[in-house]
Design a protein around this ligand. Sequence first.
Ligand SMILES: N[C@@H](CCC(=O)N[C@@H](CS)C(=O)NCC(=O)O)C(=O)O
Length: 190
Amino acid sequence: MVAQGVSIYLQLDNQTPLQELFMFQNQPITLIGSPPSPYTRKMTALLRYRRIAHSTIWGDPSAVLTEMGIAKPKVALLPTFILPNEVGEMQAICDSTPIIRRLEAEHKGRSVLPDDPAMAFIDYLLEDFADEWCTKYMFHYRWHKEVDADNAGTLLPLFQKVNLTEEALAKFKPYITDRQVGRLHVVGSN
Ligand SMILES: N[C@@H](CCC(=O)N[C@@H](CS)C(=O)NCC(=O)O)C(=O)O
């Protein structure tokens, strides 16, 4: 059976209780993510490659978890996964690297981790390098040049809600652009 990914676009003003949506999906793994988030892309690519059934809620993890009545992780990052804990209760967890290892243990086939311990170490090193450093190049090329920052500043709010009003976009665009451009020096873009 080929598992399929399902996307749910979160409407912030939607009256449908998210807990209901969540219960309907039954088996697939739920994650909360955002299209421009590199870690979300990493994990959706992994789930697609491994053919693990999943359902992505595109939205803000804190808002979605509050709506679902699930406790937030200490730091609610993108993506946030909702997986059962040891006693079967749904729990929100973050951090792609250990989640990949957990999924290896729980889902057979199309493994992404080498069996050979030496190769597995190199794989781990490359993953860690990509996680820690490639995101810095991405951030630099997205926000350093004015023309790119202008493009990203328009797209990011629309990825949260594609039918934002012109008025709302005019408010969120400078907010998100200033926030991200203001972080360039923190990620080492200079
Ligand atoms: N170590 C985490 C990192 C996740 C992460 O940093 N995600 C970014 C977005 S791609 C985030 O949520 N940043 C918080 C923010 O932008 O406020 C992982 O591997 O999943």
